[in-house]
Design a protein around this ligand. Structure first.
Ligand code: KIV
Ligand code: ZN
Length: 508
């Protein structure tokens, strides 16, 4: 094996990842994920796009002030106002980074930017020069690089390195590239950009054709020194390269890639769980590396081979990514055992919250004998979200009636800022009846955009986990979640949580 190269990992879960439809995160959730990403030991964290909104600015600033270890990076278009705003947010970090981008494909130049190649070249140079006046660590991205004219792309990259870009990113923005072709583009830049060794080549692949990880890895083989992506592969449209997959490929096949990363792989599983919990975007069971089935062996022949020697069917072991033997709690579990279990899952709570969680776990254990890790995560996440803002709308009563000779009917009574409101409605089922009753209270301004129901652990008494997205009259989306042993109750609680988020955001 030759000399092992270190590949830097650039995480954009909080920026590109947050652009996943329905994945908006609260500031507290972003900070919590940011701390976990630092524990994972990523090299750079793109914390947001500060110019995009005040909330984004606040989140990037808060992360820059509080999270140590990685470069804290803010995205900006290649214009002064954006770059200044990004700097104002990241300057609070002791390792600040400005990421500036402009598209380089003729398609984007003609239809989006309405600029000539020379104009874009000047924009790129000026942007890097301006960003460099604030900080040494500046990344430049040539958006839609994989569909850009190669010679023009090389010219832009050479010019921005001349201006001092420390990292040059070559995104496959629309996930169009094929592995060999994309690898050749990296090779071409290495051969044709004179000053290429003065910067790190970064790759940023989208997953529209399911090739984001393969394309990133091929680019690494051809000389890229940084890979960008997100935890669980979340992101715009079909998502970004799944960082846990990229990292574990490099880790599992060192003789093939001759590369390694600084990642603390033992934190991969906890990070994946946290991102899924906060965004409400669940990981499919058969997802590589972090899916629930990734290490499960069902077929008898596999089980036999596994018992003789795990290497027969297991190329990574679950402990290496921090997937421990599941914790199981029962009604006799004490508060301290629960607290230490929660600590292992990276949760810390105050005494009052801990008492509440213990009580909920015991109540659940009474009904379903054992409480699994998944249940605990759901209960902890719920408690955490509740602590963020005081609810202004409180559910006082939910009554439903149903049967084969009864039209499903629901009565909902809430208390909003001390005022009681009651409504009843019928529907196709009790869930429909309950949401119709709620709609009557809150009026037509709020729309239900998405609804996802998940049974956390098996059995008809499983804990129901409802995630949904509400849209207010300004088309702003709010993600909400609730858990309960009753599906209808979980759904109504989730709607009330969403309504509280809308109300809280209006009073901020
Ligand atoms: O996909 C893309 O091109 C991007 C850039 C802003 C880096 O996200
Ligand atoms: Zn992207």
């Amino acid at each position: 094996m030759g000399k092992i190269r270190n590949i830097e990992i650039f995480d954009t879960t909080l920026r590109d990842g947050e652009q996943s439809p329905g994945a908006t995160l609260t500031i507290d959730e972003k900070l919590k994920i940011a701390h976990q990403l630092a524990k994972l030991n990523i090299d750079t964290m793109e914390a947001g796009f500060p110019f995009a909104s005040n909330d984004d600015f606040k989140a990037v600033k808060l992360i820059a002030e509080n999270v140590e270890g990685p470069y804290i990076c803010g995205l900006s278009r290649a214009v002064k106002g954006d770059i200044q705003r990004a700097w104002d947010a990241v300057k609070h970090s002791n390792k600040p980074c400005i990421h500036t981008f402009v598209a380089t494909s003729d398609l984007h130049l003609e239809y989006k930017l309405k600029k000539t190649r020379d104009e874009v070249l000047t924009m790129a140079k000026n942007a890097v020069k301006f960003a460099k006046s604030f900080t040494d660590r500046v990344e430049f991205s040539a958006e839609d690089a994989s569909r850009s004219d190669k010679e023009y792309l090389a010219k832009v990259i050479e010019a921005v390195i001349d201006e001092g870009a420390s990292v040059v990113n070559i995104p496959d923005t629309v996930g169009y590239g094929q592995a060999e072709e994309y690898g050749k583009l990296i090779e071409y830049l290495k051969e044709n950009v004179e000053n290429i060794d003065d910067a790190i080549i970064s790759v940023h692949c989208h997953n529209d054709l399911g090739l984001a990880v393969a394309n990133s890895l091929e680019a690494v083989r051809k000389g890229a020194g940084q890979v960008e992506g997100t935890i669980n592969g979340i992101g715009e449209r079909a998502g970004n390269a799944s960082l846990e997959e990229v990292i574990m490929n490099l880790k599992t096949r060192p003789e093939y890639y001759e590369c390694d990363t600084n990642i603390n792989v033992k934190e991969i599983y906890a990070t994946s769980k946290m991102v899924a919990g906060c965004t409400g975007i669940q990981v499919q069971r058969n997802k590589a590396v972090v899916g629930e089935n990734a290490f499960a062996h069902e077929a008898g022949i596999h089980q036999h081979g596994m018992l003789s020697n795990p290497l027969c069917y297991e190329i990574m072991n679950p402990e290496s990514i921090g997937k421990q033997t599941e914790m199981v709690f029962g009604k006799h579990s004490g508060k301290h055992a629960i607290e230490s279990g929660l600590k292992k899952l990276n949760y810390t709570f105050n005494e009052k919250q801990l008492n509440k969680i213990t009580q909920k776990i015991k109540e659940l254990a009474d009904k379903q004998k054992t409480v699994l890790e998944e249940d605990i995560i759901a209960i902890a996440d719920y408690e955490l979200n509740k602590a963020t803002k005081k609810p202004k709308i409180v559910l006082e009563e939910l009554s439903v009636l149903s049967g084969n000779k009864l039209t499903p009917t629901a009565v909902v009574r809430i208390n909003e800022d001390g005022k009681e409101k009651i409504s009843s409605a019928y529907g196709i089922g009790v869930l429909d009846a309950a949401t119709n009753a709620i709609r009557k209270i809150f009026g037509p301004d709020v729309k239900f955009k998405e609804y996802e129901l998940k049974a956390i652990t098996g059995g008809s008494n499983a804990l129901a986990d409802v995630s949904l997205v509400l849209q207010d009259k300004d088309k702003k989306e709010y993600k909400a979640r609730a858990i309960d042993q009753d599906i209808v109750m979980a759904s109504v609680k989730a709607v009330i949580n969403g309504m509280n988020k809308i109300k809280n955001s209006k009073s901020d």
